[in-house]
Design a protein around this ligand. Structure first.
Ligand SMILES: Cc1ncc(COP(=O)(O)O)c(C=O)c1O
Length: 362
């Protein structure tokens, strides 16, 4: 196994002569092993690790300068939205949040300051699918960078660099780590110039992961394929169960044939992922709370991508920083519940939901 190099500094042979490592913020052998592993998983040339997914987002945004503009999907992780609006806008950047289902709306927002398109697909928490290839074609025509936050799909289901993206980002806290025991982020790219800047930012900003965390992520990766296969199978069955349940208003899952982007999902993903969102016919926070407080196998918690199933309420949890009017505009109504489906026995998971729905019916 890759050793955990629990050291902050490395003995040097002479002034200016070292054995490849000087100081662990700059480079660490355990982190190097993980960076190479992540690059390979995304078919990329360079992997750059960070102490969290948000530190990875921060580094990618620091490729930009004051005055630059970014067009982002409007259905994105609330923490990314918060960083863009509350931190980077203070330093003179501008962000446009729009649906990215078609290219026309994107083209309307492009101006001489636009530098990057930022997308998540499947989106969080509405599980819309964005056509990565189409967006990348448009971006190339306008000389824009494309960054895809691939956290929800994981490299096992989707490889954005192969579809034309310049940068892929992961909260490795989720599927890549897979066991809800580590916070970690990663950026992968092919271009050497972008990689050099990212390594410079990694060292310059210093949001680096410790070697123990890198070891845990490396260990998680060994079972990524097995976990993803089982979790996707479970999610598919749960989405079908929810579709036929009388308490449910809408089910959002790209694997359902009537999902508006089912065809694109089938083309760019190897399976449809393990996240399922739904709304209740009784579209209130109270009804949603009842369901979430009465599941036993689905634990009420933020996050996703672990072996254990989680249940959460994006409007008040992960997406609490997005104003209500903006939430409602994208269909994130008050009863929206998001499931991160794990690898347990699917019959037990369905039984758990069934019992929780009984409670809301009194
Ligand atoms: C899609 C997505 N991107 C980025 C992040 C941020 O990652 P982290 O929590 O590891 O900082 C998250 C966290 O939930 C996420 O869901």
């Amino acid at each position: 196994m890759t050793p955990i190099f629990q050291t902050s500094t490395f003995v040097q042979d002479a002034i200016g002569v070292n054995k490849g490592y000087e100081y662990a913020r700059t480079r660490n052998p355990t982190r190097d092993a993980l960076q190479n592993n992540l690059a390979a998983l995304e078919n990329g040339n360079f992997g750059v690790c960070f102490s969290s997914g948000m530190a990875a987002v921060d580094a990618v945004m620091k490729l930009m300068s004051a005055g630059d503009e970014v067009i982002s999907t409007n259905d994105l992780y609330g923490g990314s939205y918060r960083t863009f609006v509350k931190i980077f806008e203070r330093f003179g950047m501008k962000f446009h949040f729009i649906p990215m289902q078609g290219t026309v709306e994107i083209e309307e927002k492009i101006n001489k300051n636009t530098k990057m398109l930022w997308l998540e697909t499947p989106t969080n928490p509405m599980l819309n699918i964005i056509d990565i290839k189409e967006i990348c074609k448009l971006a190339k025509a306008h000389n824009l960078l494309v960054c895809v936050d691939n956290t929800f799909a994981s490299p096992y289901l989707q490889n954005p660099l192969d579809l034309g993206a310049d940068i892929v980002l992961h909260s490795a806290t989720k599927y890549i780590g897979g066991h809800s025991d580590v916070i970690h982020g990663a950026v992968i790219c092919n271009d050497e110039e972008i990689a050099k800047q990212l390594y410079f930012l990694q060292n310059g900003t210093g949001a680096v992961p410790g070697p123990q965390d890198c070891f845990l992520v490396l260990r998680g990766i060994k079972t990524l394929h097995l976990r993803m296969e089982r979790a996707c199978q479970n999610a598919n069955q749960i989405a079908q169960y929810l579709t036929g349940n009388s308490n449910i208003q809408n089910v959002f899952y790209p694997g359902l044939p009537d999902h508006p982007s089912h065809t694109i999902a089938s083309q760019q993903m190897r399976d449809f992922g393990a996240m399922v969102s739904f709304t209740l016919k009784n579209d209130t926070l109270e009804a949603a709370s009842h369901v979430m407080e009465n599941t036993k196998l689905f634990s009420l918690a933020e996050s996703l991508g672990g072996v254990e199933s989680l249940i959460g309420h994006p409007p008040t949890m992960t997406h609490g920083s997005i104003p209500r009017a903006e939430r409602l505009a994208i269909g994130m109504t008050d009863s929206l519940i998001r499931l991160s489906v794990g690898i347990e026995d699917v019959k037990d998971l369905i039984d758990d939901l069934d019992k929780a729905f009984l409670v809301i019916n009194g």
